[in-house]
Ligand binder design. Structure first.
Ligand code: ADP
Ligand code: MG
Length: 575
């Protein structure tokens, strides 16, 4: 049929930018190349922020952490095939961690890819992405861009958040359509992450379990941090008097100094508790699957003698590892609000004895740690170096990125967090390589200072992004905990026939990482003592300049695999 056409035309490039902007998605983390260079250029010309990276995984990690910090999907952009695959690792990591984001990748000609006729960067990206993401879509027609972006946003942030892949064939970007028709196709998503109100029965069941408990604890996970439920959680914790613990990225939902924090008495709390309220924390490997010795179980008793209450937006999370006595399926803000409303005057006071047992254990452990931190040595060890960093950043509003094995385990225990969502770390996979991507995302989103505490091995995965940090003049201080190796720098080579074989865990001794930052115009510090480290970090934070501090750590300090020694199989048959 006949219909009126306006004179003006628009195209795929512009419609994609329209669709993102209409939904308040104004930053793209990416790396340009065929076929998305002009998309990035145009996005910037039209007022979007484009942060260009040196490797796609780091761009996608930045978008992922942006999603975690803001509850809006972070947006990443990559080129086709290899660029897409580079980014996919980080997109999978975002999905595993329940961080909302959208990775947009250019792709090659459908007709040629599908007949496998050998196109430039040929890959069936849509199907390659599917197993690793929450949702994957491809847009074939310019008039579908609005709906496709709307679906991507909803998929990323509704229910359990996760990573979304959006496939953008090169030919789509150049497709032109009538501008009026184009404008009408843009969708502004209404209520992208609707509240999920828990059922009243589930709340009553949970209150009943809590009321009958003698030794209850609350375990906060990063889902609670993501949900921005700090107000509701503070009320719940303080109103019930129940001691709480926080998973690593949940530190700071309540300040770690909170009098009810049982974090320094974790082992005792998990073993002895008779009721556990999980809020946005999964009973995965990080919590020993809710069973076994950690939870006071014995070889003849598979499930520990405990009642579990779990709040999660994903109904399928319930009973994943142990039976959940009181599942609450709902969003955390609504669920904790409902719990608070249902906890009345008749709610029993938590036993003084239980709280006292945990708190005296906490005091003992804090004293032990303080003694370790105060022992100054040259070269430094993880304890006195991290104690020094912790004392410098105390009281400042800083985002802390942390990865490594020992650098991670010790920093988690040593450095207190005072505010929610400030600690960004290796998360659910325990993955190395998130460091500079998370640091850049955190600096861009918060517009504030970031300190990245990096094992020397972990740093290597994203180290070239120092150039990105320098280029955008971001206030990021990367502290390399340099013990010259993976885990440690002192491990021997086991080959009896060649004493010169480089040990599999070794790096260049005394590597001068700080000079990398100097090469890009930022500041570098070489610190061999706690006094030099303190001085360097104070100067770096005062200047707000891109900085690397190379902190030389005793190469015999630390243990293989950090706290994960039990997951690292060792050959019993050495040949
Ligand atoms: P941690 O590693 O800190 O224990 P996890 O990533 O294992 O945390 O668990 C986070 C949980 O939080 C996931 O099961 C996820 O479904 C849930 N979650 C995320 N956002 C919300 C929300 N807004 N409301 C309820 N649950 C949420
Ligand atoms: Mg090391």
């Amino acid at each position: 049929g006949f219909h009126m056409q306006s004179q003006e035309m628009t195209d795929g490039f512009n419609l994609l930018i329209d669709a993102l902007k209409a939904n308040d998605l104004n930053t793209i983390y990416g790396l340009v190349g065929i076929p998305v260079t002009d998309l990035a250029r145009l996005a910037q010309a039209r007022g979007m922020k484009f942060i260009g990276f040196r490797h796609e995984a780091n761009a996608v990690n930045a978008a992922a952490i942006a999603g975690y910090m803001t509850q809006k999907p972070g947006v990443a952009l990559t080129v086709s095939a290899p660029g897409f695959l580079n980014g996919l690792v980080a997109l999978a990591n975002a999905t595993v961690n329940c961080f909302p984001m959208i990775m947009i990748s250019g792709s090659s000609e459908r007709e040629i890819v599908d007949l496998q006729q050998g196109d430039y960067e040929e890959l069936d990206q849509l199907n390659a992405a599917k197993p690793y993401v929450k949702a994957a879509y491809r847009i074939n027609h310019a008039e579908d861009i609005g709906i496709a972006v709307a679906r991507s946003i909803r998929a990323a942030v509704s229910g359990r958040p996760g990573g979304v892949y959006l496939d953008v064939p090169a030919q789509l970007l150049g497709q032109t359509i009538d501008a009026v028709r184009g404008a009408e196709s843009i969708v502004k998503v209404v209520d992208p992450a609707p509240a999920h109100i828990p059922s009243p029965e589930s709340i009553q069941r949970a209150v009943d379990v809590l009321k009958s408990a003698k030794k209850p604890i609350i375990m906060l996970g990063k889902g609670a941090a993501y949900a921005q439920a700090e107000k509701q959680i503070k009320e719940l914790v303080e109103k019930t008097g129940i001691p709480y613990l926080a998973m690593s990225m949940a530190k700071g939902i309540l300040p770690d100094s909170h009098p009810q924090s049982a974090m320094a008495a974790r082992s005792l709390a998990l073993k002895e508790a008779d009721a556990v309220l999980l809020i946005g924390a999964r009973l995965n490997w990080l919590l020993a699957h809710g069973k076994g010795k950690t939870w006071g179980g014995s070889p003849d008793r598979e499930f520990p003698a405990k009642k579990f209450i779990q709040i999660d937006i994903s109904a399928m999370e319930m009973d994943s590892n142990v039976p959940i006595d009181a599942p609450i399926v709902g969003d955390i803000v609504s669920s904790v609000e409902a719990l608070n409303a249902a906890i009345g005057k008749d709610f029993p006071k938590v036993s003084k004895e239980w709280v006292g047992t945990l708190m005296s254990k906490r005091e003992q452990n804090v004293a032990k740690m303080a003694a370790m931190l105060s022992k100054d040595t040259t070269p430094m060890n993880f304890h006195n170096a991290l104690g020094t960093i912790g004392s410098v950043i105390k009281g400042r509003d800083i985002h802390l990125v942390n990865e490594g094995a020992n650098a991670l385990d010790y920093a988690r225990a040593i450095i207190d967090m005072e505010k929610p969502r400030r600690r960004l770390d290796t998360g659910t996979w325990g993955v190395m390589g998130v460091g500079m991507g998370y640091a850049i995302g955190a600096a861009v989103e918060s517009n504030g200072p970031v300190v990245a505490i990096e094992g020397d091995s972990a740093f290597g995965f994203s180290g070239m992004e120092l150039e990105t940090i320098a280029r955008y003049n971001l206030p990021i201080v990367s502290i390399i905990m340099n013990n010259s190796g993976v885990y440690r720098g002192c491990d021997p080579n086991l080959n009896p026939n060649n004493a010169n074989d480089v040990p599999v865990t070794a790096f260049v001794k005394n590597a001068r990482y700080e000079k990398l930052m100097e090469a890009f115009g930022g500041d570098g510090y070489y610190a061999t003592t706690t006094a030099e480290l303190k001085d360097a970090l104070e100067k770096a934070l005062a200047s707000g300049r891109p900085t690397v501090i190379n902190a030389i750590i005793d190469e015999t300090a630390g243990t293989e695999s950090g706290r994960l020694t039990s997951l690292n199989p060792q050959s019993a048959v050495k040949k």
